[in-house]
Write a protein that binds this ligand. Structure first.
Ligand code: ADP
Length: 564
């Protein structure tokens, strides 16, 4: 309704203004105010007032819709991304698609704006066409035809522009990457110590400069083409203008009509050109929607089947000939790995870097699925269980855990959302990971904000302290299986000793799977699985493995050897 009014009021104003001029022409020099003049002025002022009110309301509503649409679009992207599985998310094309959608998430807002504007423009154009046609229908048609090339050029520009936008997304991904190096404390320290700040600042500048350069190239083409086509419309306008003057000179039109016709053609041209651009923009925005749909249509391979059941606890895990090859990798990261994990067992995974230990953990979590072979839980293929319940039964800490710039309480509580407000559970988990005392010494204890991102008074923890926070996060979960990938890599000797002591002293029921390079810590495990080049090559207790004189014994002895 507002856009209709916005479209129609200016034409009505022009019409009234022309009447006023004609009325003034008849009253010129008489000093008399006619009733008609009063009436016309009153209508003119009312229209002006109405226009002001309509504009204000329109601004308010457009802003309201745009803000909420921005929110809705980003929220939808987040949820669509969450639906995807890790192998899909690790595909570069998917990453580019998400980058593009995030980078251009303003487009749907702009679309709303364009749709409204289009409606307003159409109404305005029709009003001016009606006014212009009262002068000459033929010239009006001619005039409309002159604007046509402009439309074609715009459509071409959109087609060309969208191709570049896609290329831009992959470049922008790199731009963002370099930009992020200057945003996070960790990377900033690295830039400082290696004196490479300027080097990366230059790379960012060159790359971003390249993106801008590409954009400007399109803009230049658009500008050139539209200047050329606008020239056509301008030439027709000049002819019409002279025709109107001629009709006044021969007495076919009054001065008021002169104002009306000139105004009608001028505005018609303005609105049509603006409309052509709005249409072009709309087309461009629909390309964004296509990408939106593309993301929506990606079907994750790792997902629940229709008859997926809930996993209530883990009593037995059996890996049978599990092989996993990463996409595009030539050799498998894991080959024919078979072992069994019973409830309450405390098992350690050892092996040199790249042996496949983390990959195995990710397979257990069903972040990836075996390329060949299967994993069974409680006798069933683990794909028969609901993903959420499977992961709920597994408490995990990876080496590259997330340091959340939130309170200590939340940092630990997110491990089990239902315990987010359970202070006792949070403290117990913190005690077990060995961070409780440190937290109690912080200014606001569990409410202390960690990190400086949002809070000047935020506290920075040491690497080892952060690791204990991350460990507490997985310990708070009432999970059947606790998986710890290098849980003590950043811990000092005393903390590590205490942590393992506490860990192995725990209730027997929880199964434990620990990846560690500290052989002194893993020797108390019930069973040790030794990996090499993706294969499980040795299995047994510390004593058994030592007697075998294999890789385990070699690595263990290396750690106890002195360096000369
Ligand atoms: P470990 O935990 O024993 O150090 P990983 O399981 O992390 O070893 O890695 C095993 C092999 O798989 C390595 O050669 C590594 O390069 C490869 N790899 C690990 N993660 C990925 C990934 N996301 N994509 C491709 N290859 C990977």
């Amino acid at each position: 309704v507002l856009q209709f009014l916005i479209g129609v009021i200016p034409a009505a104003e022009l019409f009234v203004a022309a009447q006023v001029i004609d009325e003034l022409a008849t009253l010129l020099g008489t000093g008399v105010w006619s009733e008609k003049l009063f009436f016309l002025i009153l209508i003119g002022l009312c229209l002006l007032g109405l226009q002001r009110i309509v504009f204000s309301f329109n601004d308010y509503l457009t802003e309201y819709l745009r803000s909420f649409l921005h929110l809705a679009v980003n929220d939808r992207i987040h949820r669509m991304v969450l639906r995807l599985d890790l192998p899909t998310l690790e595909r570069a094309s998917v990453h580019t698609l998400i980058t593009y959608l995030k980078d251009q998430s303003w487009r749907p807002m702009q679309m709303v704006y364009s749709v409204f504007q289009t409606f307003g423009n159409v109404v305005a154009s029709v009003s001016y066409v009606i006014l212009a046609a009262t002068f000459s229908p033929i010239f009006t048609v001619l005039f409309l035809a002159a604007v046509l090339p402009s439309l074609i050029v715009s459509v071409w520009a959109v087609y060309f522009g969208s191709k570049v936008a896609w290329g831009k997304a992959s470049l922008m991904k790199q731009v963002w990457y370099f930009e992020s190096l200057f945003r996070y404390r960790r990377s900033l320290i690295e830039l400082m110590i290696h004196n490479v700040g300027a080097y990366f600042a230059d790379r960012y500048k060159t790359l971003f400069g390249d993106v801008i350069h590409r954009e400007m190239e399109i803009e230049k083409k658009r500008l050139g083409a539209s200047a050329f086509t606008n020239l056509g419309a301008f030439a027709v306008y000049a002819i019409v203008y002279i025709q109107i003057i001629r009709s006044v000179l021969v007495g076919a039109s009054t001065i008021g009509q002169f104002t009306l016709y000139v105004g009608a053609f001028v505005n018609l041209e303005r609105f049509l050109v603006s409309q052509v651009w709005q249409l072009a923009m709309l087309l461009e925005h629909t390309k964004y929607l296509d990408s939106f749909r593309e993301l929506e249509e990606i079907i994750p391979t790792i997902k629940d089947t229709a008859e997926a059941r809930e996993l209530e606890s883990i009593e037995l895990i059996e890996c049978k000939d599990v092989t996993y090859t990463y996409p595009h990798a030539e050799t498998p990261a894991l080959s024919k790995v078979s072992f069994t994990l019973h409830e309450g067992e405390r098992v350690a995974l050892v092996g040199e870097n790249g042996a496949g230990k983390s990959t195995l953990v990710k397979l257990l979590l069903r972040l990836y699925e075996p390329t060949r072979g299967s994993i069974f839980i409680n006798g069933r293929d683990y794909r028969e269980y609901q993903l959420v319940s499977l992961r709920k039964q597994m408490g995990v800490t990876f080496q590259d855990f997330l340091e959340l710039s939130l309170s200590v309480k939340e940092n630990i509580g997110v491990g089990e959302l239902s315990s987010l407000d359970d202070q006792a559970a949070i403290e117990q988990a913190a005690m077990r990971s060995g961070i409780h005392e440190r937290v109690m010494a912080l200014p606001k204890k569990y409410q202390t904000i960690l990190g400086h991102e949002f809070n000047e008074e935020g506290i920075e923890l040491s690497g080892g302290e952060w690791q204990k926070i991350a460990l507490a996060r997985s310990l708070i979960k009432d999970a059947s299986l606790l998986i710890l990938d290098e849980p003590t890599a950043a811990l000092d000797a005393r903390s590590e000793f205490r942590f393992f002591q506490e860990l192995f002293r725990r209730a027997k029921k929880q199964t434990l799977l620990v990846i560690s390079h500290r052989f002194s810590s893993v020797r108390i495990a019930d069973r040790i699985l030794v990996f090499k080049d993706g294969r499980l090559i040795e299995e047994g207790s510390h004593d058994t493995l030592m007697k075998q004189l294999g890789l385990y014994e070699e690595l263990f002895s290396l750690q106890t050897k002195e360096i000369h």
